[in-house]
Design a protein around this ligand. Sequence first.
Ligand code: 8ID
Ligand code: ZN
Ligand code: ZN
Length: 353
Amino acid sequence: MSPPQIPSEQWAQVVEKTGSLVYKRIPVQKPGPDEVLINVKYSGVCHTDLHAMMGDWPLATKLPLVGGHEGAGVVVAKGELVSDDLNIGDYAGIKWLNGSCLACSFCRQSDEPLCGKALLSGYTVDGSFQEYAIAKAAHVARIPKGTNLEEIAPVLCAGITVYKGLKESGVRPGQWVAIVGAGGGLGSMALQYAKAMGLRTVAIDGGDDKAAHCKSLGASAYVDFLTSKDIVADVKAATPEGEGPHAVLLLAVSEKPFQQATEYVRARGAVVCIGLPANAFLKAPVFDTVIRMIQIKGSYVGNRQDTAEALDFYARGLIKVPFKTVGLSELSNVYGLMKEGKIVGRYVVDCSR
Ligand code: 8ID
Ligand code: ZN
Ligand code: ZN
C-alpha cells in the first residue's frame, strides 16, 4: 500500500486575534518523534472552543490558534518513536488533552488532565478545526476501524467529560442525577450515559425543543429554567419523596445554576461542576453544606482509561449522538447559534468542506 498523500497546505479556521475567526489556507505540520498526524474528517464543536476564541478564561491561548478538540480521523503520518499500536490508516481521535508529561505524580496516578505540562488541543496547541492535526500518540483516542467518524466525534470531549463527571459524582444505579444544561452538547450525552449506567435523570434546560429532545434521550423529568417559578422546588418534586437528586452535573454556561444546585441536591449528595461560564463563582451556605453533608467538586475531562470506556459505551450502541453537520467553513455560524443558547445537541463540522 502506498503511503497517503499529504498536502503541504490545507484549510483551517484560525483565531488570529481574540474574538474572531478567519477561514484560510495554512501549512500542514509535520509530527514530532512521539506524535501522529491525523487527517481530521469530522470535528464536534464544543462550547469550550467558543470560550477559547472569546478569551473567556484566566488561562491564555496560543495565538494564532486553530481551535477544536473533538476531531475524528485517520492517522496519515507518525514519528519514529510511535509504537506499533498506532499505525498509518488507523482511526484516531484528537481530544482536549493533546499530551501530558507521563512522568509527574499526576500522570503516574492516571490523573493526566491535572499534569502541569498538559498540552490542550485547540487552546495551547492547534486543534481539529483544520484538515490535518497533530497529537501525542500516547494520548490519541484509539477508534476501532469501521466506526462512523461523524457520529463519534462529539464523544471525544462531550462524551468522555460527562462519563467522567458521572463517575466522580459517586452515584449508583437506580439513583437520581440532575443534568443542568441537558439540551446542549454535554447534556445530551450526559442523559444517555446516565441512562446506560442505570441512573434516573432530571433534565434542566430552557424551551420546548429542548424538553422534547431531553425526553427523547431518556430523561425522567424536565424542568424549564426559563419558565419555572421555583426551580429548586420543581427539581425536588421530580425525585422520589421530594428529597432531591443524589447528584447534580452542572453543564450550563451561566453562573446562576451553580448557586442553586446545593439547594436542591439531596442531603449527602454531590454537586459536580463541569461547565465553565466566564468569571463565575460558586457560593453555597456553609450551614446547609455542613448539616446536609453536601459535597461540591469539579470534574475535568477524563484520562486515557475514561476515554477508552466512554468510547466503548458508544461502540456498544448505547450512545446515539444527536448532531447536525455543516462544513468547516461555516464554523462562525455555529458559534453564533451557540452564543444564543439555540443549539439542541451538538454541531459537527466536516473538515473537508
Ligand atoms: O472538562 C470539563 N469540565 C469540560 C469539558 C467540556 C466542556 C467543560 N466544558 C464546558 C464548556 O466549556 C461549557 O462551559 O461545559 C460547558 C457546556 O459545554 P457544551 O455542552 O458544549 O455547551 P452548550 O452545547 O452550549 O450547552 C449549554 C446548555 O446550557 C443551557 C443552554 O440552554 C444549553 O443547552 N443553560 C444555560 I446557557 N443556562 C442554563 C440554566 N440556567 C442552562 N440550562 C439550565 N439552567
Ligand atoms: Zn470540549
Ligand atoms: Zn504529567
